[in-house]
Ligand binder design. Structure first.
Ligand code: ADP
Length: 879
C-alpha cells in the first residue's frame, strides 16, 4: 500500500530523497558525536531507513546504501578530489552493513509483525522495535566496526568499544526515528496522523530536552578539559619564561665579572663560567665578545694567537656561508672567550657584528644597557644540524656606569653573551611534561613577518580542540614571542570522559521507552475507540431496526432517544419525539416519578397512548431502567396492540353471541330431557333411560360451560359490574357451607367451617352473590378432587388488615408445572382425572377476576398426593 503523502513521487526520486535524508540526518547526528571517537549516541538515519523500506518496499534499500555511502564519504573528506578508491571501499563497506541490517530488520518485521501495521498491541510494538532496533543493528555495528578495523582506522584494543557505541547509537536511532517516520508516512493514515500530537510531539520534545542536557554536559566536560589543559599550559609557559630570564641573568653575571675587574683572562673567564651550563641547563654557550677597533685588529689577533689559538683570526661568513677573514670595518665584535670551548671552538673569532641581525641587537644592547635578545639566527658553530637559536646580549662598559646614550656608546668594551639553542632549551625546560600530550609553537613576532622559533603550527586539530589552545605573548630581551600550546590527539583521548555520551545514550533510551509506551497507550485507546464505535453501531442498528417501539427517557420523563418504530407508532418524526414528555404520549406514565416508574419495571402493561393526530392507541409497554454516571434512564418498549384488542373484542362478542344463541335451545333441550327422564311422556325402557341420562348430564355440562363463558365475557367486557357493599363475612361463609353441603354429600366428602378465629364482626366490601360464587367454586373443586370419606375444611382468620379465607382438601394436589396456568381460562391439569371429574376450566379464572375486582388476592398451596389449600384474602372495611 502506498502512503498518500509520497504516493505520487516516482520510485527513483523516492530513493534519491531517502539517500539525501539519510546523509543529512547522519551529518546532524554526528554533530552530537563525542570527540575524538566520532561516535554519536543516537544515529536516526538507520531508523529512517528501516521505516522507508517498510513503507515503500525493498527498492528503498538502494537509497539506504547510497545515503550511507555519501555520508561516510562526507565525513572523511572536505572535497571530492581527495577521494580515493580506498575511501570509497570503506564507505561502501559501512553502507553495506547498514543496508543488510535494514533488510534483515524489515524482513523480520514483515514476517513476524506484518506491515502496514497500526501498532496497537503491546506485542506488535515490542516486536517491531526489538527486531528493527537492537537485533538488526547487530549487523550494522559488526560490519561497520569490521570495516573500520580492516582499514586500520580502529585498532584491536578499541574494536569492542567502537562496536558497542555503534550498536547503541543505531538501536536508539531506530527506536526514535522509526515511530516518527511512521507518524509522517505510514498506513493507516488516520491512526498514525492522530499520533502526531500524542506520540510524535512528546517524543521529539523529550529527545530535544535530552540533546540539550547532553550539550550542557558536553560543555561542562569541555570546560573541565580546557581548564585542565590550560593549567598545564600556564605552568609550561611560566617555566619557559623563567628559563629565558635565567639565561638573561647568566649574561648579566658575566657583565658583572667584566665590570668588577679591569682585566679578565681567558682562564678567569673559564673558571667563572664553569658552573653556568650546569646551573642553567639548556644553555649552549656563554662568551665574551670584546669591541675591537680596526686599528686594534692585528694586535688583537696576535694576542689571541699567542694565547694558544694559532689560527685565530676575526672572521665572517661569505655569501655562500663559508668562513672568510672579516672585511675591513671600523669595529669588530669577535667571539673571544667562549665556554664550553670544545663544543663552540668553531665560533671563536667570528665577528658577531658582521651579521645585520646580530649587529642590530648589539647596538640595541649597547644603547639600552639591558639584556637584549637577537632575532632567531643560525649559530656559527652549527652548520651541520642548524636549529633556531638566539643570543642574549649584555653590553659591558668601561669605567663608571654610563648614564646616557652618548656615554654608553663611548664607554662600550664588549658584550657578555649567552647562546641559546631554542630546541635544546625548550625541550630541556619542559622535560617534566608528557611529550605526547601537547604540541608547542614559539614564534618571534617582533617584526611584521613572524619567525618560527620552535614547533610547527598545529593545523591538524579537530575543531572542538582548537579552543583548548593556550596562547601567550612573552617579552624577552626586548623581543615579543608568541607562545601557543595545543593539546594532542593522545591528550584528548586520554582526558575525554564518556559521561556526556552515557547521559545522551541513557536519556534517549528513556525517550524511546516513552515513545513505545505512548504508542501502546494510543494503540489501546484506538482499539477501545474502534470497539466502542462498532458496539455503538450495533446498538444503533438494533434500535433502528427493532420492530418494537423503543423510547428512552430520563427521570423527568423527557425523551432522549426514539427509534423509527416508535416514531411511526405515534406518528411523529423521530426528531420531534426528542425532548417531548413521555406522559404526553402515554398518559399512564404521567406524572412521571421515578418511584412510580420503578414500581412498574419489567411488568408488561396494557395502556392507552395518544397518536400525533389525536386518536387513541392501545399499547403494551414494558419498562426497564439503567444507570449512567449521575443519571437514571428508562427504556420503554412499546407494542401496538390495537389490532389484537380489536380481534379479542370481536372474538368475545362472537363467543357471547354464540353462547346466547346456544343457551335458549340448550335450556329447552335440558328441560325436555328432564321431562323425558321423569317419565312425563311414558315410561322409558332401561336402555332409553340410560341414554337420556347421559344426554341430560352432558346438556347440563354444556349449559354450565355456556354460562361460565358468558360470565367470563361479561366480566371482561365490563358488562357485568360488581355491586360492592359493606357486608359481614361470617354469614356469607356459613351460607356457602350450607349451599354446598348437598354437593359434598354426593361425593361422600364431609365439609366443615372453622370461623372461630374470626372476630365478632368481619366487615368487608364485597358483592355478596359473587363471593358466594367464588366460595362455591373453590369448595366444589376441593370436593371434586377429594377421595370419598375425606374432609374439606373451610376456615378464616384475620391477618393484619385483611381477612384470609381458605378451603383445604386432602385430594391429589396440583403439579407444580401447572401453577403458571391454573388461573388462566380453560386451564385444566392434564390428566384423565380432571376430565373425569368434569368442569370447564373457567372456574378459577372467574374467581380470580371476581376477587381482584373486590380488591383482594387469590392463591393456593399444594403438595401433590397430600392435598391443596386455595385461599383468598380481602381487605377489611374501615370502621
Ligand atoms: P374446573 O371447572 O375444571 O374445575 P377450574 O378453573 O375450577 O375449572 O379448575 C381448573 C383446574 O384446576 C381443574 O381442572 C383442576 O385440574 C385444577 N384444580 C382446581 N382445584 C383443585 C383442587 N382443589 N385439587 C386439585 N386440582 C384442582
Amino acid at each position: 500500500m502506498q502512503s498518500p503523502a509520497l504516493s505520487a513521487v516516482p520510485l527513483a526520486s523516492k530513493i534519491l530523497l531517502l539517500a539525501l535524508a539519510y546523509a543529512v540526518a547522519g551529518r546532524l547526528a554526528l554533530m552530537l558525536a563525542i570527540a575524538p571517537g566520532f561516535v554519536s549516541a543516537v544515529f536516526p538515519p538507520v531508523g529512517i531507513a528501516l521505516a522507508a523500506v517498510l513503507i515503500w518496499g525493498y527498492p528503498m534499500l538502494a537509497g539506504v546504501f547510497l545515503g550511507s555511502t555519501l555520508l561516510n564519504l562526507s565525513i572523511g573528506f572536505s572535497s571530492l578530489d581527495q577521494l580515493s578508491r580506498h575511501d570509497l571501499a570503506l564507505a561502501s563497506g559501512i553502507a553495506l552493513g547498514t543496508s543488510l541490517s535494514t533488510l534483515l530488520g524489515s524482513w523480520l518485521i514483515r514476517r513476524l509483525v506484518g506491515f502496514p501495521t497500526p501498532l496497537t498491541s503491546e506485542r506488535s510494538i515490542f516486536l517491531l522495535l526489538f527486531l528493527g532496533g537492537p537485533l538488526a543493528c547487530l549487523i550494522s555495528a559488526s560490519v561497520g566496526t569490521g570495516a573500520l578495523y580492516l582499514n586500520q582506522i580502529v585498532d584491536a584494543a578499541d574494536v569492542s568499544f567502537s562496536w558497542w557505541t555503534w550498536w547503541v547509537g543505531d538501536s536508539i536511532g531506530v527506536l526514535i526515528a522509526t515511530p516518527l517516520m511512521f507518524i509522517l508516512f505510514a498506513e493507516p493514515r488516520p491512526l498514525w496522523r492522530s499520533r502526531a500530537g500524542s506520540v510524535g510531539l512528546p517524543l521529539l520534545i523529550s529527545c530535544a530536552i535530552m540533546v540539550l542536557v547532553f550539550v550542557r554536559a558536553s560543555e561542562a566536560e569541555q570546560h573541565n578539559l580546557r581548564q585542565r589543559f590550560h593549567e598545564q599550559a600556564k605552568m609550561m609557559s611560566a617555566t619557559l619564561k623563567f628559563r629565558f630570564e635565567l639565561y638573561g641573568k647568566a649574561a648579566h653575571s658575566i657583565e658583572r665579572l667584566f665590570v668588577a675587574s679591569e682585566r679578565v683572562t681567558r682562564e678567569d673567564f673559564a673558571r667563572f663560567v664553569a658552573n653556568l651550563p650546569s646551573a642553567y641547563p639548556g644553555i649552549t654557550a656563554v662568551s665574551w665578545d670584546p669591541l675591537i677597533r680596526a686599528e686594534q685588529r692585528a694586535a688583537f689577533e696576535a694576542q689571541v694567537a699567542a694565547e694558544g689559538f694559532a689560527s685565530f683570526r676575526i672572521y665572517e661568513h661569505s655569501a655562500l656561508g663559508e668562513p672568510i677573514a672579516a672585511q675591513q670595518r671600523d669595529l669588530y665584535v669577535p667571539v673571544t672567550y667562549v665556554e664550553p670551548l670544545a663544543a663552540n671552538a668553531k665560533a671563536l673569532g667570528f665577528d658577531v657584528a658582521s651579521k645585520p641581525l646580530r649587529r642590530q641587537a648589539l647596538e640595541q644592547a649597547r644603547d639600552s644597557a639591558e639584556t637584549v635578545m637577537t632575532a632567531p639566527i643560525t649559530l656559527a658553530q652549527d652548520n651541520e644540524a642548524p636549529q633556531p637559536s638566539v643570543l642574549l646580549l649584555h653590553a659591558v662598559y668601561a669605567g663608571e656606569r654610563p648614564q646616557d646614550l652618548e656615554q654608553r656608546r663611548r664607554q662600550l668594551r664588549g658584550y657578555a653573551v649567552a647562546v641559546l639553542r631554542l630546541t635544546d632549551l625548550i625541550e630541556n625546560a619542559l622535560k617534566a611534561y608528557p611529550a605526547d600530550s601537547y604540541s608547542l609553537q614559539l614564534e618571534d613576532v617582533s617584526e611584521t613577518e613572524p619567525q618560527q622559533l620552535y614547533g610547527q603550527p598545529e593545523d591538524n586539530l579537530p575543531p572542538y580542540a582548537a579552543e583548548l589552545v593556550w596562547q601567550e605573548k612573552l617579552t624577552i630581551g626586548g623581543r615579543t614571542l608568541q607562545l601557543a600550546i595545543s593539546p594532542t590527539q593522545a591528550f584528548l583521548q586520554r582526558n575525554h570522559g564518556l559521561q556526556p555520551w552515557a547521559v545522551l545514550a541513557g536519556g534517549l533510551l528513556l525517550c524511546s521507552l516513552l515513545g513505545g509506551y505512548l504508542l501502546t497507550i494510543t494503540g489501546r485507546a484506538d482499539q477501545v475507540r474502534h470497539q466502542v464505535h462498532r458496539r455503538t453501531l450495533e446498538l444503533s442498528a438494533i434500535l433502528e431496526n427493532a420492530a418494537e417501539g423503543i423510547l428512552i427517557f430520563d427521570e423527568r420523563g423527557l425523551i432522549e432517544r426514539a427509534n423509527p418504530a416508535s416514531s411511526q407508532l405515534f406518528g411523529y418524526a423521530s426528531a420531534a419525539l426528542l425532548g417531548r414528555r413521555i406522559g404526553s404520549l402515554i398518559p399512564h406514565l404521567h406524572p412521571c416519578s421515578s418511584a412510580m416508574l420503578d414500581k412498574q419495571l419489567r411488568t408488561p402493561l396494557e395502556v392507552g397512548g395518544t397518536h400525533a393526530q389525536g386518536h387513541e392507541l392501545e399499547l403494551e409497554i414494558s419498562l426497564s431502567s439503567y444507570e449512567l454516571p449521575g443519571r437514571h434512564l428508562y427504556i420503554c418498549m412499546l407494542r401496538d396492540i390495537s389490532a389484537r384488542k380489536q380481534v379479542e373484542r370481536l372474538k368475545s362478542e362472537f363467543v357471547a353471541t354464540v353462547s346466547h344463541e346456544l343457551r335458549t335451545p340448550l335450556t329447552s333441550i335440558k328441560g325436555s330431557l328432564g321431562l323425558l327422564s321423569a317419565g312425563a311422556v311414558g315410561p322409558l325402557s332401561e336402555q332409553a333411560h340410560g341414554l337420556v341420562s347421559i344426554a341430560q348430564s352432558n346438556s347440563e355440562r354444556l349449559v354450565n360451560l355456556v354460562n361460565d363463558i358468558l360470565d367470563v365475557e361479561k366480566l371482561e367486557s365490563g358488562h357485568s359490574r360488581l355491586q360492592l357493599s359493606r357486608t359481614d363475612l361470617r354469614p356469607v361463609l356459613r351460607e356457602a357451607l350450607a349451599h354446598n353441603q348437598g354437593y359434598a354429600d354426593g361425593y361422600q366428602v364431609s365439609l366443615s367451617l372453622d370461623d372461630s378465629a374470626l372476630p365478632e364482626q368481619v366487615p368487608v366490601r364485597i358483592d355478596g352473590l359473587r363471593l358466594q360464587q367464588v366460595l362455591s367454586n373453590l369448595i366444589a373443586n376441593a370436593v371434586k378432587f377429594s377421595e370419598p370419606r375425606s374432609r374439606v375444611e373451610i376456615s378464616a382468620r384475620v391477618v393484619d388488615s385483611q381477612v384470609r379465607v381458605q378451603v383445604l382438601d386432602h385430594g391429589a394436589g396440583i403439579a407444580e408445572e401447572f401453577r403458571e396456568r391454573i388461573f388462566q381460562k380453560f386451564a385444566q391439569a392434564d390428566g384423565s382425572d380432571s376430565r373425569r371429574r368434569g368442569g370447564t376450566g373457567l372456574g378459577l379464572n372467574i374467581c380470580k377476576t371476581l376477587i381482584e375486582r373486590m380488591h383482594g388476592q387469590i392463591g393456593y398451596d399444594s403438595v401433590v398426593g397430600q392435598g391443596s389449600t386455595f385461599y383468598f384474602s380481602l381487605p377489611l372495611a374501615d370502621g
